[in-house]
Design a protein around this ligand. Sequence first.
Ligand code: SF4
Length: 363
Amino acid sequence: MLWVAEPALQASLLELPLGGFITPASAELPVAAGVLALHGPRDEGVVQPGDVIALTPGSPVVRVLYRRGSDSNLLFMTDRCNSLCLMCSQPPKDVDDRWHIEENLRVIDLMDPQEENIGISGGEPTLYREGLLTILRKCKDVLPHKSIHVLSNGRTFKDPSWIEALTQVDHPQLSWGIPVYADNPTDHDHVVQAPGAFSETLQGLYNLARAKQVIEIRVVLSQLTTPRLPELAHYVFRNLPFVRHVALMGIESTGLARKHYDELWIDPLDYQEHLTQAVYFLSNRGLPVSIYNLPLCLVPAHLARFARQSISDWKNLFIDDCKDCAAAEHCSGFFKSHTTRWQSRGIQKLTTQAFEAYAGSAQ
Ligand code: SF4
């Protein structure tokens, strides 16, 4: 689409072979019926040159499918899932939404071939197996410089035919983020609300390893997962030696997590000790580990070097307490869904002096 700020140019512009026009509120462009036109978007920065958007005739909604230069771009595969995790931020829907596959293939054609990361997520993306494999092949062909990180619960990979399929795709920069929530089936299956899931995910992880895939283990930190976090770190190190990275992640207080607040919520101050044990156990044995989604003031200063600014730009928030905090530029802050109910008693702005202890750890 073309952004048209000067209505005087309309006659010549309307001849161009464009998908449509965007005009500011002050400059209406009378376009013929059937020509797509977005007039007076509330946020004029909603679309930037190079972005990929989807518009529906007759609807004011602009769906931004790709932001040029952002590392938060995501190809959304499906709302369907074969698990029902207690803290799922996007509760699954039982729908046939294969149209996402076609849309993603079209978006890939329109993306810039730069070195940004792309995520692939759902729902459970592997439920549309052939669609996912087609997308991975296309990413390899069209966007070879972009690294791809797919979020999956890993359960469908228990089917060994994935080994051959992924070996054939042979994407040079593909990695998988797979959650393991406990060192035992009872606890893991309870978190994901799916009997047998732990066993399937473990089989899946071994099959991914056989296919020489790059694997990250993801753990959402909650009242259910933190009591045995050190044991889980041991389990991953002993049983999954092929894992390349472990991400220990603060919870996102949205979706099903709100419904299960009483079962999930634990103040991060109350699991600092177990977090510390798990991080050093893995790190001291050469397994890279990161802490995602936790405000810096809730991470002990000596763990600051493991903390990442991990929350996607479009859902990141800083609250009033963060005003004048010396750590603000280095802190992951909060999800936009944050509410006081999910706020730790430990949130406090850091003075320059206090932040120096964090910065010293990060070096
Ligand atoms: S107070 Fe500072 S360290 Fe704490 S969440 Fe806000 S910006 Fe981050």
